[in-house]
Design a protein around this ligand. Structure first.
Ligand code: IMP
Ligand code: MG
Length: 193
């Protein structure tokens, strides 16, 4: 089901900047993303078809917001939204190993079914820490939806229940994903490295 990308289109950028004027080839086009997110939405709706409270989507800010907005509108079941700010990447393209957690959820999660929504799973450290926190808050179930899975640099084991695309070891931007706060607005996903 999950789409695995093995031959990424070479980025036409030089250094860590995307030359928009040269119309670089996306790694994943917006049309392809849209198709995949709709499939994920259907799958999520099937898995949670029988729960008796609305699903709680816990969105990991900021990168997952674009994916989450599209995923939400692909659901055919009721869903609530909560937000968590967690980052092991203060800036740049590699982790410094530190993790900050903030903006914890406002509603109670006791007995609720939680779907964590993340843009990309890299080392796995971020989502692991968030999942641990959410479980401690008493959630009945905790599952994970990740638009992108980059297994090359995984440090902790992570089970991704709903994966959009498995990508090679390249730093990516666009569709919510940033480099130093920029490029989130791009509709396609590009490799920057
Ligand atoms: P992890 O904790 O190492 O799994 O890192 C996950 C977080 O780092 C995600 O929430 C992303 O926001 C960020 N991140 C990791 N790789 C990339 C990338 O290629 N582009 C943009 N952000 C990234
Ligand atoms: Mg981020």
């Amino acid at each position: 089901m999950t789409e695995v990308l093995t031959q990424p289109a070479p980025s036409e950028s030089s250094g860590l900047a995307l030359d928009r004027a040269s119309h670089p080839t996306p790694m994943i086009s917006s049309a392809r993303i849209a198709r995949r997110v709709h499939q994920l939405g259907r799958h999520v709706s099937q898995v949670y078809a029988d729960i008796d409270t609305p699903l709680v989507m816990v969105i990991i800010l900021k990168g997952a917001t674009v994916f989450a907005a599209d995923l939400l509108r692909s659901l055919s079941i009721p869903a609530e939204l909560e937000f968590v700010r967690a980052s092991s990447y203060p800036s740049g393209t590699s982790s410094n190993g530190r993790l900050k957690l903030a903006h914890m959820v406002e509603g109670t999660l006791v007995g609720r079914h939680v779907l964590l929504v993340e843009d990309i799973i890299d080392s796995g450290v971020t989502v692991n820490a968030v999942a641990r926190r959410i479980r401690r808050l008493g959630a009945a179930t905790v599952r994970l939806a990740a638009l992108l899975d980059r297994p090359a640099r995984r440090q902790v084991e992570v089970t991704i229940d709903f994966t959009g695309f498995v990508i090679p070891d390249r730093f990516v931007i666009g569709y919510g994903l940033d480099y130093a706060g920029l490029y989130r607005e791009l509709p396609h996903i590009y490799a920057l490295t």
